[in-house]
Design a protein around this ligand. Structure first.
Ligand SMILES: [Zn+2]
Length: 341
């Protein structure tokens, strides 16, 4: 059921709904005790969400492109599930509690199974805020051992305050962020394996390449890997402040058993993971090597960036948006590593 007053604005796709939501956000931020329940703004008001069935038991939900905004209701990340015959194993919970609830309903309808277990890729807002929709006694939620430290970090609180503004009413005072009910049994560079129903699962430590608590999940019999934000299909990745060398090592861990299908945290699913892995590896290696050389030659970042040959990558999607920032991050890592020598 939806809030009928909102839908006509939303369907026109104009800025009215943004103004309406911004108005609520202002009221909320003024602490006026606004009691508008997010349950009034239920699934019908969210952007369309489709469940993609890949093979017999694999279900994938793909978010929209771009940054989280009022217009896309925070639906920018991917999630998925495996029907095991003994319940669904879900990977990630999307970026708001209503998205998580909608996703759970669609996955349970599509598969005819109830959610049994949820694995969280990492505690970034766009991947775990839907966790509230899975908080019931019949569901076990698993995260990386370092998720607790990330969850308690001041940045998590700051991000929640920001999301309450940007994604109100989808994220609001009613949003309850919680830790997983158990930690994955892994140390650095280790895996945890378990079986549910007809499938064997492997939880893979992502070496903290993208976030301290990166966790990937392989479904052995399906040759599928849920890679969270460590893998991108056919485009330049957002490396951000991550160290390209550690990221390369995380990709090696992802490919220990070469996957046939890889589900990234954002964007299209890869049905040619080797090709996409090779592309990402070549890109990260180029970043790392060229920036290490620039630092060794005492070049400034601008000078090095202008001189580097980017032709192998510059026609790829997201190059313009991501490359300079990625290169700068790699330059800073190269500087730190040079100073340690
Ligand atoms: Zn992330």
């Amino acid at each position: 059921m939806g809030l009928s007053a909102v839908r006509p604005f939303q369907n026109r796709g104009d800025k009215s709904v943004l103004r309406l939501r911004n108005c609520w956000a202002v009221l909320a931020s003024l602490g006026l005790g606004l009691t508008l329940s997010t349950s009034l703004l239920a699934a019908d008001d969210l952007p369309p969400m489709k469940v993609q069935r890949v093979g017999q038991d694999l279900y994938i939900i793909q978010g929209q492109a771009g940054a989280a905004s009022s217009a896309n209701a925070g639906f920018i990340s991917n999630a998925g599930a495996v029907a095991t015959g003994a319940g669904l194993v879900v990977f990630d919970t999307l970026g708001t509690p209503p998205l998580g609830a909608k996703m759970r309903k669609l996955l349970e309808e599509a598969s005819g199974e109830k959610v049994k277990l949820v694995v969280v890729s990492h505690y970034h807002a766009d991947h775990f805020y839907g966790i509230q929709a899975f908080a019931d006694p019949g569901v076990e939620v698993i995260a990386h051992p370092k998720a607790e430290q990330v969850f308690q970090d001041a940045n998590t609180g700051l991000r929640l305050a920001q999301r309450k503004q940007d994604l109100f009413p989808w994220v609001s005072e009613e949003t309850k962020l919680t830790l997983a009910s158990r930690k994955a049994k892994i140390g650095p560079g280790q895996n945890e394996t378990f079986q549910l129903g007809r499938y064997h699962f492997t939880l893979i430590d992502g070496l903290g390449a993208h976030a301290p608590d990166d966790l990937m999940m392989r479904v052995d019999e399906l040759g599928a890997v849920f890679a969270g934000d460590l893998f991108f299909t056919g485009r330049v990745p957002f490396v951000g402040s991550a160290n390209p060398r550690i990221w390369l090592a995380a990709l090696d861990r992802m490919a220990e058993q070469p996957p046939k299908i890889a589900i990234p945290g954002h964007g299209a699913v890869s049905f040619e993971p080797q090709k996409d892995l090779d592309l990402t590896r070549r890109y990260l290696a180029h970043l790392s090597k060229s920036m290490a050389e620039a630092v060794a030659n005492m070049q400034s970042f601008d000078e090095a960036y202008a001189a580097i040959n980017w032709s192998a990558f510059k026609n790829l999607p997201a190059f313009e948006a991501a490359n300079r920032l990625n290169a700068y991050g790699a330059y800073l890592h190269a500087e730190q590593e040079a100073l340690k020598k």
